[in-house]
Write a new protein. Sequence first.
Lengths: 316, 182
Amino acid sequence: MLRAAVEAGADSVYCGLRDETNARNFPGLNFDRAELIEATRWAHERGARVLVAINTFARAGQTDLWKRSVDTAVAAAADAIIAADLGVLAYAHQAHPRARLHLSVQAAANSSDAIRFYAEAYGVKRVVLPRVLSAPEIAALIKETPVEIEAFVFGGLCVMAEGRCALSSYATGRSPNLSGVCSPPEAVTFDRSPEALTTRLGGLAIDRLGPGDSAGYPTLCKGRFDAFGQTDYLFEEPVSLNAMGLLAALRTAGVRAVKVEGRQRGKAYVARVAAAFRAAIDALDRGDDTTRFERQLTDLAEGGRETAGAYRKAWR
Amino acid sequence: MRRRRTRPYIAAREPGADHDVLASAMIAWRGPVEALLTLSLRGLARRCPAAFARLGDHQASTYLLAPADMPIAFTLAPHPQHGAIRVVRRGAAGVHIARVSAPLVDLLALFDGSLDADAAFFCRSIHVEGDVGAVMALHNALESADLRLVDLLPLPAGHDAANAILARLMRAARRRPASGWA
C-alpha cells in the first residue's frame, strides 16, 4: 500500500511496525524492521517521506517495546515518528534529539495551549488535529500555534474522544489505544442465513442486514440497536469524511498537510484517494477550480455517504 | 511471536452440488491445475518471503476460496515451503480456517489488488465466513506482495505481455453478465 500511495502522488506515507505500538495493528498489515528499512529507502528514492506511527499508549511497566520501536524507526531513517504517549515522546526526544516528532490525533490536542506544551516539552514539529474543530476554529488556532498543522480530509471518522475510546475494549478486551486495534478481527464473525447477514463483535450482534443492504466492519460505534421500538444507529452512521471541497479553506487557514485516513485499506483505495487529492492540490496550486474532484470518491465512502464533519458544524 | 490458537471452521455440505456434471469433469482434470497453481504459489513464496511472513501463524492454515460462479472451489495452504492449492467440489465438507466466496473475476481482482476488498465487502460482492483475522492476514499479505495476474502462472518474474493479455481477458469477463452458483 505504501508503494501505491507514493506512485499515486502522496508526499508522505504513514506506516507502523508489526506490533501493538501503532493504532492499526491488524494481521499482516505492518512492517518488520527489514521491511521498514527497505520501504523507507524506496520512498526516499522517489522523493516521498515515511512517517512511522508509534501512536498507542505504552503499557506501564512494559514500555521497552515502544522504546525499541522508536529506535527502529530512527535506525530506518524514517522522516518522522508520530506519537501520542507522553512517555514515548519523552523517550524519543531524549534518546534521539534529532528525530522529527509529530503529534498523533490520538493525543487529542485541540487548543493552542496544548499544542504549545508538546512543542516546548518534546520538540514536536507537527500536530495532527482531532476531527472536532471547524475550519474557522482551525484558522484561529493556527494563528497562535508555533508548529505545523496537519488535518484529516478523507476517510473514516471516530466519534469518540480520540485516543480514549472504551467501546472496543468493552466488547473484546482489546482497544485501539493500548493494543492498536479497534474491533480486532479475531472477535468479528459474519453469520449468514438466507434472510440476513448478522455481524457480531465479541459475540454481540452489531447489525443485521437484509440481502440488499450494504455491509460494514462491525464496530460498536456504528452498530444498529433496538431502542424504544426502533432500530437505528446509536452513536454514528457509517459515513466517511470528505473535505475535498474545503481544501482551499484549509490552505488559507494555514494547514500545512492534509491527511487521508485508511492505513488499513487496500492498494486500490489508497491509489485512488491519493491520486484524487494529488490532482486537486495541484489544481489548487495552479489556481484552478477543484469542484470537479468533490464527487470522485463517493463510491469509496463508508455506507456510500460523505460528510464534511466538524469542519462545517451545520448542527450548531 | 506469541502463539495464537486459530479456530478451524468446518464448512457445511451444500445440498445438490454433488451431482453436478461440470463439477465432476473439473475434479477429474484437477491434477494439472493443482500442479500449476501450487508451483506458482511456491515460486511466489521464494520471490516474496516477506509477504508470506506477514501471515504469521496462518502460514499453517488452510483457506477455502469459493468462486460463486463455478461448481468447484480451491483450498489454499499458504505455507512458504509446503504450500499447496487443491481443487475441491464446491459442496465438499472440509476443515478450513475461513471461506471467501465471490465471483471468480472479483477473486482474481483481489489477488492483484485492483479491487478494493473493503468496498467489495461493503456492497456484498464478497462473502467471508470463519476466522476474519485469518482472512485479513491473507488479504494484507497479498497486497504487500504487489502481485499481478501473471503471478498465478509459474513463470519467471516479468512477462508484461502475458500480464497485459490476462488483464484484458479479465476486463472482458467483468463486462459479461454475472452468473451465480450459490
